[in-house]
Design a protein around this ligand. Structure first.
Ligand SMILES: Nc1ncnc2c1ncn2[C@@H]1O[C@H](COP(=O)(O)OP(=O)(O)OP(=O)(O)O)[C@@H](O)[C@H]1O
Ligand SMILES: [Mg+2]
Length: 427
């Protein structure tokens, strides 16, 4: 049973969760491809390391660019493949290498899958490559995070995520794995134990041996507690990095919904590549005005989360000094390990078979609430206040029926299907 209590030390917290002491923070930077996640994660690491926190910046993206952003020595990286490399005082950078991880931890799982693929007619090299199935990188990262937390190796772990889809897979991995281990794994292992001798004579594909299951079981055991870590708002904060552009903001909204669904705490939005204002040039002024429109939109999308802005530089951000300057501009003196927002901005609930969306909306007074839905987007208007949220699939097929303010929350009930409502001329 989970029990937690606070002990305040220096600037950050010690949280006691079941039987382990957690005296650290995990900051996860996610967002669409190319928005600036690696720069933000790297810059954050430099700032926190300079305040004396032992900091690890870990890249979860198989297409690593963290070492490039830090301008680290390639030969040194190759020599310590997949391991943390010192990138400054109190600062380490780690780019996971899935092949190294497979050799160390996944050998039975990997060899069974490659044999299986190989017997399906796929040649050796391709089978080896394909047997690195989606999720292995994410699982390897989770294993490291759990290890570092248990061994109290760092004060702070900063995760530089792959583009949105992969980071959603990362965050959903503990839940998916727990479901698999509870509902499928034991049964599967038992069935294979019983049928293996008979089935071996009847089917011409290799069946997994018990070592395969033992390998999965031991990996799972090493992940114990990781789900609590990632969903504990006092430990893990997700920060969505975005740009002031329509398509990018749209994807950020989706990521916002997915991370909220997984009960992770998003405590800030970072809008990167904001044009400096006051250009004489017409062309740049148009760009600037367009961006302002999207910055305003970002406020309506993500209110009441704080929005940090980082300017567009005149060149790429490479190396320690440039990253440091970028980080200073971004946080403007604020401590990046701070929890910038703690309330869950958005929750989905099924109560007595009825479906609700519960939004945290402080400072909103009781006025007429206007709800509308376009596709999977819910638009809420209360007086001058306007908010758009992207709905998960299960809700997008329904219509908002009613809404009421309860203390600091707006409770919206959903029901029926969009089609039924359109037939009745509602919506
Ligand atoms: N504010 C900025 N001004 C100028 N260049 C920037 C800015 N932010 C990022 N860049 C540059 O844009 C490129 C992409 O940035 P970065 O690698 O941080 O993005 P990413 O979101 O991590 O990308 P990926 O999804 O590919 O991992 C880099 O060359 C970086 O130096
Ligand atoms: Mg990156």
């Amino acid at each position: 049973m989970l029990y937690a209590y606070w002990l305040l030390t220096t600037d950050y917290l010690i949280l006691k969760l079941s039987n382990r002491d957690i005296s650290m923070r995990i900051l996860l930077y996610a967002g669409k491809g190319g928005v600036g996640k690696t720069c933000v994660a790297g810059a954050t690491g430099i700032i926190t390391a300079q305040t004396g926190l032992k900091t690890l910046v870990m890249s979860l993206d198989p297409a690593h660019s963290l070492s490039d952003a830090f301008d680290l020595d390639r030969a040194l990286m190759d020599k310590n493949r997949g391991q943390p490399i010192e990138a400054g005082e109190q600062l380490w950078v780690q780019e996971l290498d899935v092949h190294e991880e497979i050799n160390n931890y996944w050998s039975e799982v990997h060899s069974y899958i490659s044999i299986l693929l190989n017997t399906s007619g796929i040649d050796d090299v391709l089978a080896e490559e394909l047997a690195v199935f989606p999720g292995m990188e994410e699982l390897s990262a989770l294993l490291y995070i759990n290890k570092y937390v248990n061994e109290q190796t760092y004060d702070l772990i900063i995760l530089d995520c792959a583009p949105t889809a992969e980071s959603i897979r990362f965050i959903s991995m503990p839940t998916a794995l727990e479901w698999y281990m509870k509902k499928v794994f034991r049964l599967e292992r038992k069935i294979f134990g019983v049928v293996r001798p008979v089935a071996r004579r009847m089917v011409d594909i290799p069946l997994p041996e018990d070592e395969y299951f033992a390998n999965i079981e031991s990996l799972y055991a090493r992940l114990k507690g990781i789900d609590q870590l990632l969903t504990d708002p006092d430990v893990t904060s997700v920060r969505l990095v975005t740009n002031p552009e329509k398509m990018v903001l749209r994807e950020t909204q989706r990521a916002f919904m997915f991370f909220s669904l997984h009960q992770t705490s998003i405590d800030a939005i970072i809008v990167n590549r904001v044009f400096p204002i006051g250009f004489d040039d017409d062309y740049l002024r148009v760009w600037g005005n367009n961006q302002q429109k999207y910055l305003d939109l970002a406020e309506t999308y993500f209110h009441p989360l704080p929005i940090f802005k980082a300017p567009l530089y005149d060149s790429e951000i490479l190396g320690y000094e440039k990253l440091l300057e970028f980080g200073k501009n971004l946080y403007e003196g604020k401590d990046p390990t701070q929890i910038f927002f703690k309330q869950r901005p958005y929750e989905l609930a099924r109560i007595d078979g009825r479906s609700f969306v519960k939004l945290y909306l402080p400072f909103v007074t009781k006025k007429e609430i206007d709800l509308s839905k376009i596709g999977d987007e819910l638009i809420i208007k209360i007086g001058n206040f306007k908010k758009n949220i992207v709905l998960p699939r299960a809700y997008a097929v329904m219509e908002p029926r009613s809404a009421r303010l309860e203390e600091d929350h707006l409770l919206i009930e959903f029901g029926g299907s969009s089609e039924q409502s359109q037939e009745r001329g509602e919506g």
